[in-house]
Design a protein around this ligand. Structure first.
Ligand code: DX5
Ligand code: ZN
Length: 219
């Protein structure tokens, strides 16, 4: 019997920024525990999203866990500042770091949870050497940069492979999946071994309460 429970991680990238505070409260009313915060720099990914001022502002209105997904080059430069803004956990891309281990160490030194993200074309083998030091692995199931894309089916294999590795090596990192999660695939993703399912469009497009209820039924 599996005792693992998958949970929903709404990504505020798809929120209505005019009503961000209100929508965050709506998530809280639906017992959401973690907020996925996508920071993009226009260099590592084509888009620019938002950064420190937004994180600092929303920190004032909620105690939810801030899961900050950095899609920026050389994220090591911003770890301390993000800790000051109230981040609880930081995810960095292996493809964006010159020294991944040093970057992860810096996140830990700031007493935050640390995670490594891999793009759809990056193999699990590339991060095997850091699996014993990370709190979480983020598997990108779309090419990073935009919400509303289609889930890449190969991602199921990646989740399963990571789940097998953590079992065989007796590691306790969590697995997060990000991109294209919706009511139709959430059940299968959850069953593959993912702990956190990030969803932007599927949560914020239309009625948030209904969307969360339907997603939670699946995961
Ligand atoms: C994509 C971001 C995702 C994005 C997910 O680069 O990392 O977190 O917001 O959005 P959906 O759920 O719409 O694919
Ligand atoms: Zn993300």
């Amino acid at each position: 019997m599996e005792d693992r429970i998958s949970k929903l991680a709404p990504s505020i990238l798809s929120a209505d920024f005019c009503r961000l505070g209100e929508q965050i409260h709506e998530l809280e009313e639906n017992d959401i525990e973690l907020l996925h915060i996508d920071v993009m720099d226009g260099v590592f990914v084509p888009s620019i999203s938002f950064g420190m001022p937004v994180i600092k502002s929303i920190r004032k209105i909620t105690d939810m866990f801030f899961d900050v997904h950095l899609m920026i080059s050389e994220p090591i430069r911003y770890i301390e500042k993000l800790a000051e803004c109230g981040a609880d956990g930081i995810t960095v891309h292996i493809e964006a770091c010159k020294d991944l281990e040093a970057t992860l160490r810096k996140i830990k030194e700031q007493n935050m949870k640390c995670a490594v993200a891999i793009n759809p074309d990056t193999e699990i083998e590339k991060i095997e050497n850091v699996l014993d030091m990370v709190d979480m692995v983020l598997v990108m199931s779309v090419y990073p940069g935009f919400g509303g894309q289609k889930f890449i089916l190969d991602s199921f294999e990646k989740i399963k492979k990571l789940d097998d590795i953590r079992k065989s090596r007796r590691l306790d990192f969590l697995i997060e999946i990000d991109g294209g999660v919706n009511v139709d695939n959430a059940k299968k993703i959850s069953a593959s071994g993912a702990d956190w399912l990030v969803a932007g469009t599927a949560v914020f497009s239309g009625n948030i309460n209904d969307n969360i209820m339907k997603l939670k039924e699946e995961i």
